[in-house]
Design a protein around this ligand. Sequence first.
Ligand SMILES: [Zn+2]
Length: 179
Amino acid sequence: MPSPIAHSVSGYVLAKFLPKKLSKDYASHWWNLGNFYPVFVAIFPDFDFLPQLITGERFHRGITHTLIFAIGFSLIVGWLISYFRKSSFKKILLFTFIIYSSHLLLDLLTAGGSGVQLLWPLTDTFFKSTISVFPAVHHSRGVFDLSHFIFIAWELSYSVLIVSILWLWNNCCSSKFSE
Ligand SMILES: [Zn+2]
């Protein structure tokens, strides 16, 4: 699974590429936490390590990595923000769902592991892409294994690449499209 590095940078960049009319409702007034919201949503599914730490039960990559949870999370958060902000529920719902789904997609595109139970509770099947963008993480090898450096270097390269694409888009193309 990608680390919070790839997830948060992906959420940040994806939010910048989404239409402004979709994101303006979360990004102004007192909820103006800048780019924190999409980053928070993009890494949220991996907060399931917390109940795992507390209870010792296996939670990681469980229910928070299912489409049904993504929909439920987007509905609740979308309703809360739109209620307090008096803004469009549908826009925040859609925005949140797209960013949340980016996490599931990145996890699907990771080598190693058994994948994610995307369609739980309809089916217990673990889904995983045959094409991997991210290398596997070997937790069992300890903190200082060489494979972790390869993994982190790969994620940093990926992050630099997508931020560069965003920068190029902002500096040469987006104005042409909006003209
Ligand atoms: Zn995850």
